[in-house]
Design a protein around this ligand. Structure first.
Ligand code: AOF
Ligand code: ZN
Length: 364
């Protein structure tokens, strides 16, 4: 029981890095001796020390004979920083409790082995599900080479996103729009479509002045990804001015001149077969994307769902009825009940005057 209590504290610490650690995982660590916390730490940013290092620094000599609670298996490799398993051994820690193993092939099980070989007692599986929720993208990318995909949508209570004319501002309220900032900040990349760029010219950025929910330091700006098979992105589009990586995904035969003009503005142009969403996701993961947020119109939202690559839906519904002429949330033509996409609802809450539903595709 007490193991759970200290791990809960370590998870709380890990959450400090919710918006800043990518591409690294969010990790927290608590060092406890004789029922008393002697050190705490979390991983703040890629390139900076790991959670265990901060906790060990704080504990100093008091780490000797203590128990370390870590939300992820301590690393065993020399990455940008030296192995945490070695640091724990050197500090004389007696026991290490970890929520789960690291799915990074460089670490997976090796950290625990190193600790055990040094005579340190280990325990694994304490609040493991809670720890996984904190790093769905990192664990997925390391284990399977694809990111965790969230699809954000907003509409009326009757599932409409605007009028037949395209008129759509505003359906959801300012609180819901602020809440979206949080999902953006948690993401390594935001994916949108050329339709949205042409219609709304969104910047898709995180505006700390609009949202102060972040904890440690300013959020890392997610990459912007525009699916634009024929390279119609205007050179004046706001999304191109992002202070982060901008990727325009085009068809293999899209115009070279357009590609060069976009590259000259600092964007990367990736060429992929039209509709190859799994290929795109693999490539994003290969570059370090953990969680991606799809913020797109009905066509692309439908395409992601059809391709079966959505892990989580983030759906904002406003207390209004836009009626049957309104545009649907997603283009998802289904003819028979057998083709329906059933979901598991994981969370429902009020966000200002709107509601937010988190749902995941149900196991088929
Ligand atoms: C830990 N504690 O706090 C974190 C870990 O490039 P580096 O050196 O930062 O290493 C990154 C890898 O280390 C990352 O892919 C993951 O496997 C592990 N992250 N491990 O013991 C931490 N953030
Ligand atoms: Zn480490």
């Amino acid at each position: 029981m007490t193991d759970h209590r200290w791990m809960a504290r370590a998870l709380q610490l890990a959450r400090e890095g919710l918006y800043t650690t990518q591409p690294n995982p969010r990790v927290g660590c608590v060092i406890v001796r004789d029922g008393e916390v002697v050190g705490e730490g979390f991983h703040p940013r890629t390139g900076q020390p790991h959670a265990e290092v901060f906790a060990l620094r704080q504990a100093g000599e008091r780490a000797r004979g203590a128990t370390a609670f870590v939300t992820l298996e301590p690393c065993a490799h020399f990455g940008r920083t030296p192995p945490c398993a070695e640091a724990l051994i050197a500090a004389g820690v007696a026991r290490v409790v970890m929520a789960g193993l690291d799915s990074n092939p460089l670490v997976g099980g090796k950290g625990r082995q190193m600790l055990e070989a040094a005579g340190i007692a280990t325990a694994t599986g304490v609040l493991e599900a809670e720890a996984q929720v904190l790093n769905p993208g990192f664990l997925r990318r390391m284990a399977g080479g694809i990111p965790w995909v969230r699809l954000k949508m907003a509409g009326s209570l009757d599932g409409r996103t605007g009028m037949p004319s395209g008129e759509s501002k505003w359906i959801t309220g300012p609180d819901a729009r602020r809440d979206v900032q949080k999902w953006r900040a948690m993401s390594s990349a935001i994916i949108t479509g050329i339709g949205t760029v042409l219609a709304d010219d969104p910047a898709l950025d995180i505006r700390p002045e609009e949202w102060t929910g972040w904890h440690y330091g300013e959020p890392v700006q997610p990459w912007r990804v525009i699916l634009d098979s024929r390279l119609r992105t205007p050179l004046t589009a706001k999304v191109l001015k992002a202070n982060t990586k901008v990727i325009v995904v085009a068809s293999p035969d899209a115009d070279d001149g357009r590609a060069q003009a976009l590259t000259a503005l600092g964007a990367e142009v990736w060429r992929l077969p039209h509709g190859d969403l799994p290929g795109l996701l693999q490539r994003l993961a290969a570059q370090g994307a953990n969680e991606v947020l799809v913020e797109a119109g009905a066509t692309l939202a439908g395409a992601f769902l059809q391709a079966g690559v959505v892990d989580e839906l983030v759906l904002y519904l406003a207390p209004t009825l836009l009626g049957s002429l309104g545009r649907p949330l997603m283009a998802l033509p289904i003819e028979h009940m057998a083709g329906q996409k059933r979901l598991d609802i994981r969370d429902v809450r009020n966000i200002g005057a709107d509601i937010r539903i988190l749902a995941r595709p149900a196991a088929q």
